[in-house]
Design a protein around this ligand. Sequence first.
Ligand code: NDP
Length: 279
Amino acid sequence: MAERIDGKKISAEIKEELKTEVAALKEQGKEAALAVIQVGADPASSVYVRNKKKACEYIGIKSLSYELSETSTEQELLDLIEQLNKDDAVNGILVQLPLPEHMDEDKVIKAISPQKDVDGFHPQNVGALVIGQEGFVSCTPAGIIQLLKRSGIEIEGKNCVVVGRSNIVGKPMALLMLRENATVTVTHSKTRNLKEICKEADILIVAIGKKEFITKEYVKEGAVVIDVGIHRDENNKLSGDVKFDEVEPIASAITPVPGGVGPMTIAMLMNNCVSTMRK
Ligand code: NDP
């Protein structure tokens, strides 16, 4: 039976470490403030925004809230970002996604100063990750690296298969595993023989957004399985992209949903904010 990787516990550990570090940095006169922008009042986004603000408060970072109405224009949002880019008291800028349909997400992401892009979505930060230079790294994949390392799972030399190639999870995940010296295969909706490829994985990371898609036929005995997917059913019950009950008995370690990858994203966002104080 697989060891359950406890993302809640590891996330709490990281936040605790950051809280101690922030207190010490503050003694040296360093401060950090994260500007959180929400456009519209999508309930799921409101929960994420609230949790991010709570995490800031917990570790001792100031959070500044900007709430724009659903009908505000793209230019209004770009103007606000520009103002925050210029404000020396703001170290991080986060625009909660998704944006309303009349706004161009790419344009908005590019408007954020790469030095304040704590989500790690700006092309300059993505490029830095590709060539192994310093920059902000997308929080969910960065959190998965922490889950693996802090669970004592060796990455170097392992066969890693990433299922999904989105800009915020799959692609940065593959690059981070490569940085950790895994041998990485990236798969997607056009991949042939997905089952056979997944079955070769020592570490299987799944981010496809399809409920319980990965069954035991995709998993090698003893593999480590990381499930990024989040699905909520009509009774509010959460599940992932992996059929947990089937895969748990054959994996050596597995992340549950909820309580696996999910809690790590905010911890790594906080880490990105604190990194602006370390300089
Ligand atoms: P996207 O929808 O942006 O990307 C999904 C990827 O999966 C695409 O690359 C797609 O391929 C691939 N894919 C879809 N169907 C298949 C298939 N049948 N076989 C192989 N590959 C397939 O999703 P995200 O990466 O944004 O998110 C994935 C999941 O993770 C979602 O459930 C999301 O809710 C969750 N998530 C969780 C987070 C957390 O904090 N835990 C954070 C972010 C996301 P193609 O490119 O060819 O279309």
